[in-house]
Design a protein around this ligand. Structure first.
Ligand code: TPP
Length: 278
């Protein structure tokens, strides 16, 4: 059982990650806000509690691997890696600049990044390969893959889902960020895939659905996923796109939108209020 203090700490880290994302996007430039911050609690739990990683040895063979299949949400992963000191904070100001380290989608030049992603649908295939290689090497490290709900319309992803079940991959945990909005509107309207939980179950996966903004529930789900043997596990994160900034919540305009000064300041103020309420 994780202590209340730890959970409070993780909630605080999630707020810090949101603040970093805000800093990276800044005012007047488009950035993937909504789908990044719907993952703040999950990233806090993975990077600050669960995963075994070492900033001094990012390629340590015994490290856990995290693949952000919905690569456009890179800012939240950059925030976590920055807070873990994988690269200097000054890089946050140079996101998407030609001479910067941090580009719009994850790249292997960035310490702590495990796969080039951004073309949706590929992350689970990559994760399967890593998980199988670890198994062959008798390496106990785990692989985590994070997908989006809009991303579920990619065919390759379902091929990978079948393959993971076929190969009894149980050293991989996948997440589905079920924030219900994709790039241009509600996922239901753009490309409706009902009963995602039942579909993944039918593909042979153990499926656990949790409140994706509750670190305690995410942790519990992760621990349960680890007990599943002989087949893969999926954690469906019931989330709100843009969670934490009222104007962005459930609003497709902030999938890759621009913040004006008023919105930016409101976001800062809402973060302060949330921090004070912890
Ligand atoms: C193969 C491919 N097709 C289209 C896109 C363009 N695209 C970028 S983000 C996005 C929507 C993704 O929605 P979702 O998976 O729900 O992400 P989230 O809402 O969590 O950010 C699309 C279609 C892409 N990156 N890759």
């Amino acid at each position: 059982m994780v202590s209340e203090n730890t959970i409070k700490e993780l909630k605080g880290i999630a707020l810090k990650l949101r603040a970093d994302v805000l800093e990276m996007i800044g005012i007047g430039v488009a950035g993937h806000l909504g789908g990044s911050i719907s993952l703040a609690e999950t990233m806090a739990v993975l990077y600050f509690y669960k995963m075994k990683i070492d900033k001094n040895n990012p390629r340590d063979p015994s490290r856990d691997r995290l693949i952000l299949s919905k690569g456009h949400a890179a800012l939240i992963q950059y925030a976590a890696l920055c807070e873990k000191e994988f690269f200097p904070r000054s890089e946050l100001k140079r996101v998407k600049k030609l001479d910067g380290l941090l580009q719009g989608h994850p790249d292997l030049t960035i310490p702590g990044i495990e796969a080039v992603t951004g073309s949706l649908g590929q992350g689970l295939s990559i994760g399967n390969g890593m998980a199988l290689a670890l198994r062959l090497d008798k390496n106990p490290a785990r692989v985590y893959v994070i997908m989006g709900d809009g991303e579920q319309s990619e065919g390759q992803l379902w091929e990978a889902a079948e393959a993971a079940a076929n190969f009894n991959i149980d050293n991989l945990t996948a997440f589905l960020d079920w924030n219900k909005i994709q790039a241009t509107g509600p996922t239901k309207e753009v490309f409706n895939i009902p009963d995602l939980d039942k579909k993944w179950s039918a593909f042979g996966w153990e499926v656990i659905t949790v409140d994706g903004h509750d670190p305690a529930k995410i942790l519990e789900a992760l621990e349960k996923a680890e007990t599943v043997k002989g087949r893969p596990a999926l954690i469906i994160l019931d989330t709100v796109k843009g969670k934490g900034f009222s104007f962005a919540e459930g609003n497709a305009a902030y999938h890759n939108g621009i913040l004006d000064e008023a919105a930016y300041n409101k976001a800062i103020q809402e973060l302060e209020t949330a921090k004070a309420g912890l």
